[in-house]
Design a binder for this molecule. Structure first.
Ligand code: FAD
Length: 306
């Protein structure tokens, strides 16, 4: 049930350092807020009742999207989902992130919600977590003990729990440039388009001829945290993809290994048994899709070279 917001005192720090100091001072009584689309819902449901809110929206410079010299992407934590969705830079070089932004919530939520809040909330169904995991992304954070970079693989430690200390703020999301010729896709399954995922998968494949050189599979909403399905990845790495029935059997085997790695629960969005079926379908479909794209790209390259 949604009630009104409980009473709280709000601070509007102008810098990350000021934010860290306020977080350290108010400790467990405080919550940092960006767009508020996760936090205010929790407060209305009384799952969180902070007496102090530290609103970081007025800190300048944290909503930038840029590429560095080697093509790596930096996304400021206050970048809204809509800004990511509309970014030509992201659409061109990291389309899998545009795909995730395009299926997150409603227009109102996308206009308010931020990528920092999506990761900071550490939900098992956080939209950006699977694609950022297969991109080997990291978060830069600043706390009273200094700055550190935390790989996203290891950032999520439980439902709603991240590796952040209570006084740490995400200041940058760092995404390395994926290898040329790698193909990536993000697939989400939910009952209605605007709903949070019932299950999600992000898939990355890099082929060398017909040998699978690298594969990364991240699953969302089917375990206490978003995670890399490393067993499934190992089943495919180094294997020859022959485009025939053996390939089809292999991809089905990979999908079933991923199902075995998932730990879904029954909840209002779906039954665990149904989620397992969806995982198999998403992983298999994701692999087929990216492999077809790699092949189409190779055919085009050969045609251009001829
Ligand atoms: C109707 C509705 C539909 C939604 N649909 C989806 C969906 O389909 N997919 C999905 O993934 N989410 C969905 N959400 C959840 C939410 O909108 C997103 O997770 C959004 O990205 C949260 O961003 P925010 O800025 O609003 O976070 P906030 O609510 O402001 O913050 C969330 C948490 O992150 C922390 N935080 C914020 N910024 C930082 C930072 N810079 N450093 C460290 N911690 C930080 C806050 O302290 C808080 O604990 C939905 C929400 C609603 C209300």
């Amino acid at each position: 049930m949604l009630l009104g917001l409980p009473e709280f005192e709000m601070f509007f720090p102008r810098s990350v350092e000021e934010t860290c100091a306020l977080l350290a001072k108010h400790g467990q009584d405080a919550q940092m807020v960006a767009g508020g689309t996760d936090l205010f819902v929790k407060m209305k449901q009384r799952r969180l009742v902070p007496s102090v809110l530290i609103n970081i929206k007025r800190i300048s410079g944290l909503d930038q999207i840029r590429c560095d010299a080697d093509g790596g992407l930096h996304i400021g934590p206050l970048t809204t989902i809509q800004a990511i969705r509309e970014s030509a830079l992201i659409a061109k070089h990291f389309p899998v992130l545009s795909e995730a932004a395009g299926v997150l919530g409603t227009e109102q939520v996308r206009n308010l919600g931020t990528i920092g809040g999506n990761l900071g909330n550490a939900s098992p169904s956080a939209e950006f977590a699977p694609p950022l995991l297969i991109l080997n992304a990291s978060v830069r954070c600043l706390g009273r003990r200094g700055e550190r970079v935390v790989p996203l693989d290891g950032f999520f430690v439980g439902p709603g729990k991240s590796a952040l200390e209570t006084d740490e703020v995400i200041t940058d999301i760092q995404v390395p440039n994926p290898p040329d010729r790698a193909q990536l896709v993000y697939l989400k399954h939910s009952l209605r388009r605007m709903d949070v995922a019932m299950a999600a998968a992000a898939v990355f494949v890099l082929l060398d001829g017909d040998i699978c050189r690298d594969v990364r599979i991240a699953l969302g909403a089917v375990a206490p945290t978003v995670f890399r399905a490393r067993g499934a990845e190992q089943t495919l790495i180094g294997k020859r993809l022959t485009g025939d029935s053996r390939e089809s059997e292999l991809l089905e085997e990979v999908a079933q290994v991923a199902v075995g790695e998932a730990r879904p629960i029954d909840d209002i969005r779906g039954y665990a048994s149904y989620r397992r079926k969806v995982v198999a379908m998403l992983v298999r479909h994701g692999l087929e899709h990216v492999i077809a794209q790699v092949r189409a790209q190779a055919t085009e390259r050969h045609a251009n070279e001829a």
